[in-house]
Write a protein that binds this ligand. Structure first.
Ligand code: SF4
Ligand code: SF4
Length: 333
């Protein structure tokens, strides 16, 4: 690809709200394409997120700030527009470009290998300037030969991990263990890494009953957890503060949501939470309803009882179990 095309992409990434753009050329053996001789170019950027709001209403359920707006979709749409507009300048056919954000690619490891930060003990990409308050997004471009078919499917993508992982991904964390201490379920190991089955973020979308330890720590969560990020000194002391966005919503009154779920039993989440990451098709409706009922129980608000009762007959066992839990929680003073 011509140098002026690379510069044009970099400039446009910056102009469209991405920060710290990085790129690397990747040889075929790093992608794992066997004997085929081909080259890829990878571009990545950080899309900074605004500071979270303070949630004080005990009658509301909360969506984690990073999901209050569908930032992943915002990033991919921005990149799609960029690709369309730069088609003339770069001469690259659309089929040779794969756009990604929150994809199956090991994005954090690739970003670390590109020098965009390090993978912290909490498993997230950390950066002194931005903390972990950003979304990652980028493009993978087939350079040579053109029309290469490897990007047609997703099967090849995870293999790009072999780019070059840093030897000790957590070394920049030093002796800090603030995220380990802050995690309400003990999901983070002192040696680094997150146990997914103990992580409330991961459990938000599970389709099983929440285990006891998660029920005890759930609070008013509707979707997501970022306690480990909120308590990370790199995040707290970061230099870059993104101006406030207008979020689609972080706090939702529990009684209103229970009413909406009951009145519209077949509604997709995108109708109940428009503009948020809950619009993503892979998030199960019953998981969010389960989370809401647990938050309702934890609110201890007895006026919610008549709104909870109808869910004892829901077809999804995780919802009926959560409704029973909620009624029990409210009954215990
Ligand atoms: S997201 Fe929450 S539960 Fe998961 S590791 Fe971080 S603090 Fe722990
Ligand atoms: S809280 Fe400390 S250990 Fe955890 S990711 Fe941040 S800097 Fe690393």
């Amino acid at each position: 690809m011509a140098v002026n095309s690379v510069n044009a992409i970099r400039k446009e990434l910056l102009r469209r709200g991405f920060h710290n753009p990085r790129m690397a050329e990747i040889e075929s053996h790093l992608v794992g394409s066997g004997s085929k001789a081909c080259k890829y170019l990878i571009f990545m950027g950080l899309y900074p997120l605004p500071d979270p709001a303070v949630h004080t209403d005990p009658g509301s359920a909360v969506i984690a700030p990073f999901a209050a707006v569908h930032y992943y979709r915002r990033c991919t749409k921005t990149l799609q527009n960029l690709v369309s507009e730069l088609r003339h300048e770069t001469g690259i056919p659309k089929r040779d470009i794969r756009i990604f954000s929150n994809s199956r690619l090991p994005e954090r490891s690739i970003a670390a290998a590109l020098g965009m930060g390090w993978v912290g003990r909490n498993g997230l990409l950390m950066n002194r300037e931005y903390g972990s308050s950003f979304v990652l997004a980028g493009m993978l471009i087939v350079l040579d030969p053109p029309n290469e078919t490897l990007l047609q499917g997703t099967g090849e993508l995870p293999r790009i991990l072999s780019l070059k992982a840093p030897p000790d991904p957590h070394r920049e964390c030093g002796k800090c263990s603030a995220c380990v201490m802050a995690c309400p379920t003990g999901a983070i190991s002192t040696t680094g890494g997150v146990s997914l089955e103990r992580c409330l973020q991961y459990l938000s979308t599970s389709t099983e009953d929440l285990p006891e330890f998660a029920l005890a720590a759930w609070g008013r969560r509707l979707y997501g957890c970022q306690e480990c990020q909120n308590n990370c000194p790199v995040n707290i002391n970061r230099n870059h503060r993104e101006p406030p966005d207008i979020p689609a919503g972080e706090e939702y009154p529990i009684h209103e949501l229970l009413t909406r779920f009951a009145l519209h039993p077949a509604s997709a989440l995108k109708e109940i939470f428009p503009g948020t990451a809950l619009e993503a098709g892979w998030i199960p409706r019953e998981s969010i309803l389960r989370n809401l009922l647990i938050a309702a129980g934890n609110s201890k608000d007895s006026s919610l009882e008549p709104l909870i009762h109808p869910f004892l007959k829901d077809p999804h066992p995780i919802v009926t179990h959560a409704a029973s839990f909620a009624l029990y929680q409210i009954s215990v003073k």
